[in-house]
Design a protein around this ligand. Structure first.
Ligand code: CTP
Length: 418
């Protein structure tokens, strides 16, 4: 097999393993993909489980194996919609006659079929089945439907099959499937209006240690910042995401730096400069503990609880907004407020020296902090705009488009905010 034509490392493949005697070959496929630097997440169908074990997939990928549509644990960690979009490419291997029929019909009665219906990512299938099943008019019609919808197909090969019949239906060899995957991933992304621009995004909370086991934190989920990073990348920007501790999958096509404290976040942001755009969506803790204990602080009977002395953290947004040769052309801050949102946010924009502020009302009853939706006021030098309540992904898309229009005034996605 040839090596990957151009570097594909750092990308993610979501591999759906269905039930067929050829399923064991996916283990070799995973090895080829991970050796090329790809991250592989696997989904195992109930039938697939009869041929390969979740344990072998987990051992080879180093990742959790997803199996159930209705698993509360899985949904808690990552919803099935997020999972369907968490890879750069979905690969079905082996693709049985059954999964092809269910894909063609648009069924969504298990995790694999639901992901294939919900995804907005390209899909590649590697069919494998008995020759008569492959030749059947139903399978051939399904194949034509899938191809017409843009599904890529590798194989099957002609040869002797496990059922002792000869003909087309044998799974393509893992190196051939790997090559098709490499070829697809190496194709240059469609250049967007932010192509050639570098965007820095901060996201999530920071954790400020008290002692080796305790820390100060806040309720930020990081979702809005991750969505902004993804939306900027989708418009062609090279994106560096500096993230505090969150439970979110890394956005695709984005360079992720994980940090814990505000001081580490500032250092990572400075390291990422120069950039054209900075979006500070992180809920940075305002203070850290003056003297972090190196050992766990113990209770002493009868003694008063320890007093924590807090000292201010650096202000990352203000730091990035400071005029100088490295100041990004556009600095966007967020303002989390619980009262007089617009006034507080407008004052924050001036105090921090950023260009735009995305203000939101984080009173607990709004459900915004840690939730899926957001309702924002965008404050720029030209005034304030109230946006209707919408999903955090939509907020991110509209914000990224506004940023694109800042750099390319005649850019328009044709989408209005309503
Ligand atoms: N921010 C930052 N560094 C800090 C504090 C805040 O970069 N140490 C950024 C946030 O990422 C956000 C903006 O500043 O873009 C405003 O954050 P917010 O928490 O709303 O305001 P604070 O500056 O913390 O002010 P206050 O707590 O008084 O509202």
């Amino acid at each position: 097999m040839q090596a990957a034509p151009t570097p594909v490392g750092g990308r993610t493949v979501l591999l759906i393993v269905c039930g067929g005697i050829a399923a064991y070959k996916t283990l070799e496929l995973i090895r080829l993909l991970t050796r090329a630097g790809l991250r592989v997440r696997t989904v195992l169908t109930a039938a697939g489980k009869q041929f390969v074990t979740p344990l072998s997939l987990q051992a080879l990928t180093g990742e959790k194996v997803y199996e159930d549509l209705f698993s509360l644990t899985d949904e808690n960690e990552m919803g099935h919609i997020a999972l369907s979009r968490s890879g750069d490419l979905l690969v079905v291997c082996p693709a049985t006659a059954d999964i092809m029929a269910r894909m063609a019909a648009g069924l969504a009665d298990d995790l694999a079929s639901t992901l294939l219906l919900a995804t907005d990512k390209p899909v590649l299938i590697a069919p494998a089945m008995n020759v008569r099943m492959w030749d059947h008019a139903a399978t051939q019609a399904n194949l034509a439907t899938l191809r017409a919808r843009g599904v890529m197909v590798v194989g099957p090969e002609i040869g002797l099959m496990a059922c002792n019949e000869t003909g087309p239906g044998r799974l393509a060899e893992p190196p051939a499937i790997a090559e098709a995957i490499f070829r697809h991933l190496a194709e240059p992304a469609i250049p967007g209006p932010l192509a050639g621009r570098h965007a820095l995004v901060t996201a999530g909370p920071t954790h400020e240690p008290i002692d080796p086991v305790r820390y100060l934190a806040n309720r930020s989920s990081g979702r809005q910042g991750y969505e902004v990073a993804q939306a900027l990348a989708a418009l062609g920007a090279r994106v560096t995401l500096v993230s505090g501790p969150v439970d979110l999958p890394p956005p695709t096509g984005v360079t992720l730096h994980r940090v814990e404290t505000a001081r580490q976040m500032l250092a990572a942001c400075r390291d990422a400069l120069p950039c054209d755009i900075a979006v500070c969506a992180a809920a940075v803790a305002d203070w850290h503990v003056a003297a972090e204990a190196t050992r766990k602080i113990k209770k002493t009977a009868g003694a008063l609880p320890p007093a924590l002395t807090l000292v201010p953290n650096p202000d990352i947004l203000a730091d990035l907004s400071t005029p100088g040769p490295n100041r990004p052309a556009l600095v966007v801050g967020f303002a989390a407020e619980t009262d007089t949102v617009e006034q507080h946010a407008a004052a924050k924009r001036l105090a921090k020296g950023c260009d735009w502020i995305v203000a939101n009302d984080v009173r607990p009853e709004t459900g915004i902090m840690g939730g899926m939706e957001n309702e924002i006021i965008l404050i720029t030098g030209d005034g304030a705009e109230q946006w209707p309540r919408m999903g955090k992904q939509d907020v991110a898309t509209h914000l990224a488009e506004r940023i694109a229009a800042f750099f390319t005034p005649d850019f328009s996605s044709g989408r209005s905010i309503s």
